[in-house]
Design a protein around this ligand. Structure first.
Ligand code: SF4
Length: 351
């Protein structure tokens, strides 16, 4: 499948131009127009594209820009968080979210249309899996968020989280290629340390990431401290059980010499007790870990409830007392349904 122009790295552009009989030196202005200035249409001489490249771009062989049509936008009350529904060339829709504060805005990107992992509390998981996104479709989401940010706040994106619809490590190569482009200093130039990849526990992907040359942050969703508890929330725990997952995380920290962030969605009456906290602390003993607690963002397809504030504080205190850093994620964006897949779920429920 021919990807959109956004999906071509600098090196891939040079190769493609060369193959088309165009001097590869022209990759520089073309890459800059697409990846730095974010030209969204009319890639022409007027945009600094040299005539031989402009001529080639007008042929049927040349890739085109990804048509990301915004079909919905939900701004939060504070004006900082904004969730976009984007329609792709084949009509599939994915979500991208801008979150954060002035000076440290983050884009949350989708990696698949739907998701095959089926986590019971997740709106995307409730939709099922349709297809993987291409490299260009992932990069184009970052461009969409950055364009809006430049217009509304005169700012640039500082961070990227692969935490939208889909399991990023299930679509490993396109995700890595997209991040290679997004972190290129001739493009958006977002430092690898400012990129986080969130996984539900895709062990083959974690091990591949451990050997990947770039060092991105890894966030692993746990939500349960035994196979029985976790399996009820995350069905793929049967395929990749907890002991194997923790083993893969230990391997990752040893190879990368990097901390793993463990996410724990706190669900009232399900996994928010002191006993759960003690067992989680035991499970992570000896790992270079940081625990991120996320009070449940209730979805329409899951009956779970948000946890009690007192339980959240007690849970955090137990983890911290065990010697692990532990933070509670702010519920920014809850008024715009910023949990993964929720905007789409709401729209579907209205149809
Ligand atoms: S939480 Fe993530 S991995 Fe699980 S179903 Fe949702 S999108 Fe997929």
């Amino acid at each position: 499948m021919v990807d959109s122009l956004e999906g071509y790295s600098y090196g891939a552009l040079e190769q493609m131009l060369s193959g088309a009989g165009v001097n590869p030196v022209h990759a520089k202005p073309l890459f800059s127009a697409v990846q730095r200035r974010l030209v969204s249409k009319n890639l022409s001489v007027a945009e600094g594209i040299l005539p031989p490249v402009a001529r080639w771009l007008s042929t049927d062989e040349a890739p085109v820009l990804c048509p990301t049509e915004q079909t919905d936008c939900s701004p939060s009350g504070d004006g900082f968080t904004e969730k976009y529904m984007l329609r792709l060339a084949d009509g599939a829709e994915v979500e991208a979210v801008r979150m954060g504060f002035p000076g440290r805005f983050t884009a949350c990107l989708s990696t698949q249309v739907g998701c095959a992992m089926g986590c019971v509390f997740c709106a995307t998981g409730q939709m099922g899996f349709s297809r993987h996104l291409t490299t260009g479709e992932i990069v184009a989401q970052a461009h969409h968020v950055e364009r809006g940010l430049r217009e509304s706040h005169g700012e640039r994106l500082r961070n990227i989280v692969m935490m939208g619809m889909g399991e990023p490590l299930h679509n490993f190569e396109p995700v890595m290629e997209a991040l290679g482009i997004i972190t290129d200093n001739r493009g958006l130039n977002i430092g690898p340390a400012r990129v986080a990849i969130s996984t539900v526990g895709h062990i083959p992907g974690i091990l591949k990431l451990a050997h990947h040359p770039k060092r991105y942050s890894l966030a692993v969703s746990l939500h349960g401290a035994s196979d029985e508890e976790r399996g009820k929330l995350i069905p793929v725990n049967k395929k990749w059980p907890l002991a194997d997952l923790i083993g893969a995380c230990r391997e990752y920290t040893a190879i990368k010499r990097a901390r793993v962030f463990f996410a724990w969605t706190l669900i009232g009456g399900v996994n928010d007790s002191k006993d759960h906290a003690f067992r989680l602390a035991e499970l992570l003993k000896g790992i270079d870990a940081h625990v991120n607690l996320i009070p449940l963002n209730a979805t329409e397809g899951y009956e779970g409830e948000a946890p009690d504030e007192t339980n959240v504080r007690e849970f955090q205190g137990i983890i911290q007392a065990s010697g692990l850093p532990c933070t509670v994620r702010q519920r920014r964006g809850i008024d715009v349904a910023a949990g993964c897949g929720q905007l789409k779920a709401r729209r579907l429920s209205k149809q």
